[in-house]
Every structure is written in structure tokens, then in C-alpha cells.
Design a protein around this ligand. Structure first.
Ligand SMILES: [Zn+2]
Ligand SMILES: [Zn+2]
Ligand SMILES: [Zn+2]
Length: 105
């Protein structure tokens, strides 16, 4: 059989695509934002810096620069591993488990 083809594929997948390392992308749903601001901060009347959205359930939470860090707290409470920036024009995603940045397809 021809082995060179297999090697070629390996090289391609290990090059620039971090998504191959992250199996959690399979959990991503077509979510609707739960809120236009951080849901938990709005409840307690607090403020946030930037927003993140959980791509598993659509919960909007605040980033780690915000004092309440609700996006990260949501991950610890639910185990939902992937968030995306909810800032206009930003499409990057982050996997908490693998601690890698994922680019949007
Ligand atoms: Zn992952
Ligand atoms: Zn918050
Ligand atoms: Zn979630």
C-alpha cells in the first residue's frame, strides 16, 4: 500500500489548525444569546468589561477582565467548555478545557 499519503495528511492537520486538538467543537450548538448583556451582572446590577457567549447553551457572561468573571464561572458550574467573544466584530472562540483559541470556520 501507499504510505506517503497518510503522512501527508498528518502534516496538514498538525500545521495551523488548532481545532483538530479540540474535540469539544462537536458540542457547539446554534445558540441564541440569552441576553444582550451579562445575564448575571444585569440581575445584580453590576458592570462588566467585555462579553462572552457560551456556544453550548447561549448564556452570555462577562470576561475575565470583569470583576465577576461570569463566563468562566459558567464553565465551572456547567462544564460547558467553549465560549465565543460577544463583542461586535470579534469571532474568536476559546476552549476552557484545552486552553486554546479556536478560529471560526
Ligand atoms: Zn476543547
Ligand atoms: Zn457578569
Ligand atoms: Zn453554557
Amino acid at each position: 500500500m501507499n504510505n506517503s499519503r497518510e503522512e501527508e495528511q498528518k502534516e496538514t492537520s498538525s500545521s495551523t489548525d488548532p481545532q483538530v486538538l479540540c474535540t469539544h467543537v462537536e458540542l457547539i450548538n446554534d445558540v441564541t444569546p440569552s441576553s444582550q448583556g451579562c445575564e448575571e451582572c444585569l440581575k445584580i446590577g453590576d458592570e462588566w468589561v467585555n462579553l462572552r457567549i457560551c456556544l453550548i447553551c447561549g448564556k452570555v457572561g462577562c470576561c475575565d477582565n470583569s470583576k465577576n468573571k461570569h463566563a468562566t464561572r459558567h464553565y465551572h458550574e456547567t462544564g460547558h467548555p467553549i465560549i465565543q467573544s460577544f463583542q461586535p466584530g470579534e469571532t474568536w472562540r476559546w476552549c476552557y478545557v484545552d486552553e486554546i483559541m479556536l478560529s471560526e470556520e
